[in-house]
Design a protein around this ligand. Structure first.
Ligand SMILES: [Zn+2]
Ligand SMILES: [Zn+2]
Length: 151
């Protein structure tokens, strides 16, 4: 989804509203396709003085098996997307700091997907205190007890 930033860079307008849904359901991550639910993005791209910046929030639902008990569960990530968009880099070392838009267009899909990948939790849990599976007999210790001695 390409957004044309020319009106911003050329001073024809001050702000472009962003309100859309992105579909990441075909993206493979965590050895599955965990982004089955639509991703909502809301915010704006604004120009202040000579600086064009993106300021939005994205709500991403990660659907994947819990890392401890393997029960499939949802985790909602609220991403804060706050980035400065530039036409060219003054300094090549800045390419992590800025979003580069040499043709004055920015691809919202890539931008939000990149942030999603960076912010994926290292541990996906059904609940914070998930007890996981018994390493000996394999029962789900959240719903069942067992008599194994796992010390
Ligand atoms: Zn769990
Ligand atoms: Zn057991």
């Amino acid at each position: 989804m390409l957004i044309d930033l020319k009106p911003l860079f050329c001073g024809e307008c001050e702000s472009i509203d962003i309100s859309c849904q992105l579909d990441f359901s075909d993206e493979t991550l965590l050895s599955g396709k965990p982004l089955q639910k639509p991703v909502t993005v809301k915010g704006f791209i604004k120009r202040r003085a000579q600086v064009v910046f993106f300021d939005a929030s994205a709500t991403v639902t990660v659907t994947a098996p819990c890392d401890r008990c393997c029960t499939v569960c949802d985790e909602v990530l609220d991403l804060n997307l706050s980035q400065v968009i530039v036409k060219r880099l003054e300094n090549e070392d800045d390419d992590d700091t800025y979003v580069l838009a040499p043709d004055m267009k920015v691809d919202l899909y890539n931008l939000v997907f990149g942030e999603t990948v960076m912010n994926l939790p290292s541990l996906h849990l059904c609940k914070e205190d998930c007890k996981g599976l018994c390493p000996t007999c394999g029962v789900n210790l959240n719903t069942q007890n067992c008599n194994c001695n796992n010390n």
